[in-house]
Design a binder for this molecule. Structure first.
Ligand SMILES: *Cc1c(COP(=O)(O)O)cnc(C)c1O
Length: 386
């Protein structure tokens, strides 16, 4: 089976992890700050804080932005559930903004309308989680303008968009946001096995995130209430978590980030080939805004079901049967049973639901060979015509 995504691990990656195993430090040691430094350098963010997953990063981002019970967080329904769950971990309420039919990101027009309505009802969101779906950045300048008008904070969920650019600036630089989070899960752009990061230009947010990732415990005397501490002394200042990244994971990340530019070039090339070779099929290939440069985490096509004598399920099954591990990204979040119980219903976000009915993710990853890609294309042609 050709999977839809997969990591690339080299001998160098293995060696850098083994070196940590042979060292003093297994948990957060010297590799973590080195990895954080590499992330800051690459993105231009003032601070990068490595954690054990993007899910943890989203939770800490919400806490650092003071999301509390009774607050409201908005995100896109077309994303992994973690983009919404971060609000629920803080006992805040979640709501969604329907997507744009071209980029499949949160629609700025819908966001404007929803903000106007929320303003009139005095129920504005505290935080908006902007998800850069498939690796294509959202229209951040437009969302930032709305932030200035309505006063919410912005978290960029850049789990898909490590290495992507918006208006020439690297995602992670937080040019139009308070916080950006990354995922280093093996299906994403580069991997630390499990892992994530919080990036920000704000000193206060960075120190809050660092405190909360390790139990809310301070060892820095400047943060403590007791100003002449004994040598063993530390203080718990807040209720934190153990969301630390280990040195093993950071060492893998340090080795992988060296190849990030070549990963991005490889993915761009695969995407270009798909778009060129699939253009006569009864599908829509991805549309990329001239303002953005995608990191191509996903290559999503939409089936023109009126022109195909088959259902999406049949096309999906035909491809799986011929060894192509297609996937669907995503089941709209509001249609999961947990969210239906909260009162969301089918029809709430019609553009997203229509998109979901037609979407299909084709394999894209750095170890996908030219032959693999041609096999995927042949299988898709067959599946659409049979
Ligand atoms: C993968 C993903 C996450 C969660 O990442 P983990 O590192 O597995 O916690 C969050 N948001 C989006 C959009 C994702 O794709």
């Amino acid at each position: 089976m050709i999977p839809y995504a997969r990591q690339e691990i080299t001998a160098d990656d293995i060696e850098s992890v083994v070196r940590v195993l042979q060292s003093e430090w297994l948990t957060q040691g010297p590799a973590v700050p080195l990895f954080e430094h590499a992330l800051s350098n690459y993105t231009g963010a003032k601070h990068a804080v490595a954690v054990n997953s993007a899910t943890s990063a989203l939770h800490l981002a919400c806490l650092a932005l003071d999301v509390r019970p009774g607050d409201l967080v908005w995100t896109s329904p077309n994303t992994f559930v973690a983009s919404a769950n971060c609000a629920l971990y803080c006992n805040a309420a979640i709501d969604f903004v329907d997507i744009d039919g071209l980029t499949y990101n949160m629609s700025v027009d819908k966001l404007k309308e929803k903000l106007e309505e929320a303003h009139s009802k005095n129920r504005l969101p505290k935080v908006i989680v902007a998800v850069h779906f498939a690796g294509q950045p959202c229209d951040m300048a437009a969302i930032y303008d709305l932030k200035k008008k309505y006063g919410f904070k912005i978290v960029e969920d850049a789990s898909h968009a490590v290495g992507a650019k918006y208006l020439g600036t690297r995602i992670g630089a937080c040019a139009f946001s308070d916080v950006t989070i990354f995922s280093f899960h093996p299906v994403k752009i580069f991997t630390t096995a499990e892992g994530g990061a919080v990036l920000t230009n704000c000193d206060e947010i960075a120190s809050k995130v660092k405190l909360l990732r390790s139990h809310g415990i301070a060892r820095d005397v400047n943060l403590m209430t007791h100003k002449s501490p004994e040598p063993w002394y530390y203080e718990q200042l807040e209720l934190g978590y153990n969301y630390r990244m280990s040195d093993l994971h950071a060492a893998l990340g340090l080795s992988q980030i060296n190849r990030l530019d070549s990963f991005l070039a490889y993915r761009q090339n695969i995407a270009d080939e798909y778009s060129k070779l699939l253009k006569d099929l009864p599908i829509a290939t991805p549309w990329i805004s001239p303002d953005t440069s995608s990191s191509w985490h996903l290559y999503v096509i939409r089936l023109k079901l009126q022109k195909i004598q088959k259902s999406r399920l049949q096309v999906f099954q035909n491809l799986r049967d011929s060894g192509v591990g297609v996937q669907i990204h995503y089941i709209p979040i509001h249609l999961h049973p947990y969210f239906l119980k909260m009162g969301f219903k089918p029809g709430d976000f019609p553009v997203c639901e229509q998109y979901y009915a037609e979407a299909l993710s084709l394999p894209i990853y750095t170890k996908l060979t030219r032959d693999n890609q041609l096999a995927v294309i042949r299988a898709l042609e067959a599946a659409l015509s049979k």
